[in-house]
Design a protein around this ligand. Structure first.
Ligand code: SAM
Length: 299
């Protein structure tokens, strides 16, 4: 077993050796806690058949542990000053590929098409918090063949991803994530587990990707428009939020929206955040067929 990078002493040694300057804009908080690292690795449940995508390897603490367990690790790092460091810290591993790129610009379909046949794809990362949602939604919306996404995120974001209807954390992110995945909290992680300490709490969350989205809807992009509209103005009733939205987009009257509510037995005063994902799906299908009916009548 090689010396672990994810200890406070080894991390400081590497940072000093390279006169590393932290880039705040890249959300650089390096993990220095082996206990947390082991929890991530255990949850990721890796084998030599796994093809792991890591976003933001930093100086390689998590990458090293991933390479010990997985078949292949693709580590995507935006900060070019980290590349020579990673080449040195991970030089003993021949199953790591470092891509010096912005993860949001990487063509994931193309990347995954190159993987060995029959390998399972897992995303494991201590994410840069400033782009958590675009990274996760980008991965999920493309319907990539992922088994799970096991990631360190801001605690508040982990809470929102796994929130249930009627709670303060339940919102468009909860619905979007739960449409594609089953979320599990792996661990809460205090700030002293990182260098430098982030000024927010952190948590490791695992999103187990469902074989099929949780619900079947007529039109997926319309469903997500309805979800966004339903949660956009929390102080408004769902009826007013949808009416407001439809005034800007496609025209539907309040009566038409209410008629969809009635089919579902929903009260006019109901708020968006009390609806389950299944109810949001049914509502979206009803509104969608109402719009199609209205537009075919006006032709
Ligand atoms: N994995 C390391 C660890 O656990 O110690 C570092 C995690 S740190 C929270 C986030 C990492 O993501 C940093 O190395 C940062 O430079 C990198 N990063 C930030 N934005 C990125 C982007 N758009 N694409 C790829 N990597 C990015």
């Amino acid at each position: 077993m090689k010396q672990k990078i994810a200890s406070p002493a080894k991390t400081r040694e590497i940072l000093n050796q390279y006169d590393f300057i932290f880039q705040k804009r890249y959300g650089q908080n390096f993990l220095i806690d082996l206990h947390v690292l082991n929890k991530i690795i255990q949850a990721a449940d890796l084998s030599s058949n796994d093809y792991v995508i890591e976003v933001g390897p930093g100086i390689g603490s998590l990458t090293q542990a991933l390479a010990e367990e997985a078949g292949q690790v693709i580590a995507i790092e935006i900060d070019k000053q980290l590349v020579p460091i990673l080449q040195e810290t991970l030089k003993e591993y021949d199953n790591i590929t470092i891509l010096n790129e912005d993860v949001l610009q990487v063509d994931m379909e193309e990347l995954l098409a190159k993987r060995p046949l029959g390998t399972a794809v897992k995303v494991v990362a201590n994410l840069p918090y400033y782009i958590t949602t675009p990274i996760i939604m980008g991965l999920l919306e493309k319907k990539l063949p992922l088994e799970h996404i096991t990631v360190m995120v801001q605690k508040e974001v982990a809470d929102r991803m796994r929130a249930v209807p009627g709670t303060k954390d339940y919102g468009a992110l909860s619905v979007a994530v739960q449409y594609y995945c089953e979320p599990y909290l792996v661990a809460n992680v205090p700030a002293h587990c990182f260098i430098p300490r982030p000024n927010v709490g952190s948590a490791v969350i695992q999103l187990r990707v469902l074989e099929e989205p949780r619900i079947r809807v007529e039109n997926e992009s319309f469903f997500f428009q309805i979800v966004r509209a339903a949660f956009a103005q929390r102080r408004k009733t769902l009826l007013n939020a949808l009416y407001h939205y439809f005034q800007k987009e496609i025209s539907l009257s309040k009566e038409e929206i209410v008629s969809c509510f009635k089919v579902m037995g929903l009260e006019e005063k109901i708020r968006g955040e009390t609806l389950t994902i299944e109810q949001l799906g049914t509502l979206s299908d009803l509104l969608y067929s109402m719009i199609r009916k209205t537009s075919s009548n006006t032709k």
